[in-house]
Design a protein around this ligand. Structure first.
Ligand code: 5AD
Ligand code: SF4
Length: 472
């Protein structure tokens, strides 16, 4: 009987994608992935370290799992991901029911580690890599709707925003071979998937230096260029290079099929190029939705956060998006109460929200993370009740804006990719439009995986409600 592994994932989309890579590595080594925790021989918890409350949640979960371990003495628990990387052996000392700790770049060692923990060893592998992209591993989509999937295109981050732990937990930035990305997208499409989201901490800095002729999926224009290069070089052993940037990669994936939607996350405002916006405008199947984390609307705060853009620069990027992509939705991340934030800084953030009118925002209270620039050089001096109040003000404002934005969609018809049956009623389906807004409608004879044209008739601040106008 195969050993069974249960994987539990916390944190961002990147972690979800990583868990699918872990699933694949373990599958190949003869382990079975189970979705039933009660039959697991190993429980792997893929963790997040971005804010203190993310870590507290995992600690609590570890306490809950003790009961399971008491009932099954052979059950082993391992910690993966960002918290594993951040705390390393400390975690093993503090949590005596944990058998292994594995950082985000060490997943290839898992089969060997699992085998050793069976012998009673306790192990930690947290070496970060400058090259690991798991490019050759086809993720196992063990928890999927069969329609939408994530594809990791790069790993790591070296922007060093003052508040952020990610450069310390995920290491240096590196891009994955574009051919493997296109192949993965094509393989998903052939299996019936209709949407892929390309993932990286800062996708706009995706960059791959390819040897001449190595890229099969390159666009015609590029091929002509590289052939001309080759022809002009008489010395055959001198290979010229072409560079694949993020706009090129988006075009390559969009070319897989007009029926395959392409999304991406996340963009750093300092690197969002007009070229990308032009590529987005060129392909109908590239979704018109950009996640552009602002973090703060105050110039002083942005500087202290080491974001390397000003509010003016950010607003210029918003103007560019609206110019090239008039129907594009814009979403963001924001932090309330970063070190030294004043009432005036906070007002600047509210003003930014009023100017941009985001369709959706992820809103957070600042949480000081050990090792970051902020932890070393700044004071966490905004009292918690002030952080909470400021966060609540942002949430209230954003709620109003989202509702007003949604009300403007009433009467419009969108192409919707159907993802599943609505949670409220099995007579209703839900899907998303290109702008990533959820739309609910009567099911008729439609099925998940199909596209439908839906006219919006009502809305809440979170959901559009509509009716099918054209069943194609
Ligand atoms: N405290 C609060 N929010 C944070 N984020 C990153 N680090 C912190 C922190 N220390 C937020 C940022 C980022 C999102 C993924 O999490 O807004 O864009
Ligand atoms: Fe994702 Fe960052 Fe959390 Fe790591 S710390 S799981 S990269 S959000």
């Amino acid at each position: 009987m195969k050993n069974k592994v249960y994987i539990e994932t916390y944190g961002c989309q990147m972690n979800l994608a990583d868990s699918e890579i872990v699933g694949s590595i373990l599958n190949k080594a003869g382990y079975a992935i189970t979705r039933d925790i009660d039959e697991a021989d190993f429980i792997l918890i893929n963790t997040c370290a971005i804010r203190d409350n993310a870590e507290q949640r995992i600690r609590k979960r570890l306490r809950e799992l003790r009961a399971l371990q008491r009932a099954r003495s052979t059950l082993k628990i391992g910690i993966l991901g960002c918290m594993a990387e951040r705390l390393q052996k400390q975690l093993m000392e503090e949590e005596d029911n944990v058998s292994f700790i594995v950082g985000p770049d060490a997943y290839r060692n898992l089969p060997q580690m699992l085998a050793r923990t069976r012998e009673g060893e306790r192990l930690a592998e947290t070496l970060l890599s400058e090259t690991e992209t798991y490019a050759d591993i086809e993720p196992v989509r063990y928890d999927t709707n069969g329609i939408t999937a994530y594809i990791s295109i790069m790993r790591g981050c070296q922007n060093y925003c003052a508040y952020c732990v990610v450069p310390y937990t995920r290491g240096r930035e590196r891009s994955r071979d574009p051919q493997t990305i296109v192949d993965e997208a094509r393989s998903l499409f052939e299996k019936g998937y209709r949407e892929v989201t390309l993932l990286g901490q800062n996708v706009n800095s995706y960059r791959w230096e390819a040897e001449n002729g190595k890229l099969e999926a390159e666009s015609g224009e590029r091929k002509a260029e590289s052939e001309a290069d080759a022809a002009s070089s008489n010395i055959s052993h001198l290979t010229s290079h072409i560079t694949v940037g993020f706009p090129d990669l988006m075009a390559m994936v969009a070319e897989v099929s007009p029926l395959l939607r392409v999304r991406f996350a996340t963009s750093h405002p300092k690197d969002l190029s007009d070229e990308l916006l032009q590529v987005m405008a060129r392909y109908d199947n590239i979704c018109k939705c950009i996640h552009l984390p602002v973090q703060s609307g105050s110039e002083r705060m942005l500087k202290l956060m080491n974001r390397r853009y000003t509010p003016e620069w950010y607003l210029d990027r918003i103007d560019a998006i609206r110019r090239y992509l008039p129907t594009c939705s814009i979403t963001t991340d924001v932090i309330a109460g970063f070190c030294t934030e004043t009432e005036e800084d906070h007002q600047a953030t509210l003003e930014m929200f009023r100017r941009v009118r985001y369709d959706y925002a992820y809103m957070f209270k600042f949480s000081m993370r050990p090792n970051t620039y902020a932890a070393k050089h700044l004071q966490d001096d905004v009292p918690d009740d002030v952080k909470t109040r400021r966060l609540e003000e942002i949430i209230a404002l954003q709620g109003e804006i989202a509702l007003e934005n949604n009300q403007k969609e009433i009467g419009k018809t969108f192409e919707v990719l159907i993802e599943g049956v609505s949670h409220r009623s099995d007579q209703q389906l839900f899907g998303r439009n290109s702008q990533n807004k959820v739309i609910v409608f009567e099911r008729g004879d439609l099925k998940p995986g199909q596209y439908a044209h839906v006219k919006v008739t009502r809305c809440t601040s979170a959901t559009l409600i509509g009716e099918v106008v054209d069943n194609k």
